[in-house]
Design a protein around this ligand. Sequence first.
Ligand SMILES: Nc1ncnc2c1ncn2[C@@H]1O[C@H](COP(=O)(O)OP(=O)(O)OP(=O)(O)O)[C@@H](O)[C@H]1O
Length: 206
Amino acid sequence: MISAAGVRRSFGGVEVLRGVDLVVAPGEFVTLSGPSGSGKTALLSILCGFDFPDAGAVEPGPAAWSACAVLPQSLGLATELTLEENVALPLRLRGLATDPVARVLAELGIGDLGGRYPAQVSFGQQQRAALARAVVARPSALLADEPTAHLDAASAEAAIGVLRRVADDGAAVLIATHHDAVHAAADRVLELAGGRISSGLRRTTT
Ligand SMILES: Nc1ncnc2c1ncn2[C@@H]1O[C@H](COP(=O)(O)OP(=O)(O)OP(=O)(O)O)[C@@H](O)[C@H]1O
């Protein structure tokens, strides 16, 4: 579960988040839209524990952070590790087998790049490696900031398929994005405007 209740956050005297309430249930794939500067990154940073609210409460709290995967805009790949080693890291840290690494890299179209270092691949390829690392250990919550920002349409489709599967496997998934294709794949689209969540349209399936 991912949730925020009455979350407020100011920067330099400007209140960017003015009482944000949201809930993403296990198994839900929810996207967060909103104009540039509306506070999407600020909200995700608080939800994943990188930052703290001035007021309000969030889940996951510290006790559940280990089961929460985060894909920041800056990616955070370890530059001294190959893509394969980066993706294997969350599995190794938990003492799990690294068999899924090759499958996830292949699914994202970078199966032949596992032996390269981040500096030896494009930013879009790094972005897919960071997504692979975020999902490989089957997190129970996933927070991602613009995970398809540097991807072409086909690569974005593959990324969306992976995100969808993480939710179908039972994770609560919240994605900040400007990308219509990601919103179209979501169960619900939340709009952050004026410091609050102003809508939560449920996608209708026919
Ligand atoms: N650490 C900080 N210090 C000062 N101001 C900040 C800080 N973090 C965010 N802000 C301000 O808060 C506002 C929201 O920023 P944020 O990055 O959350 O927007 P966003 O909705 O993610 O934008 P984008 O769609 O462009 O990524 C902006 O006006 C930004 O300048």
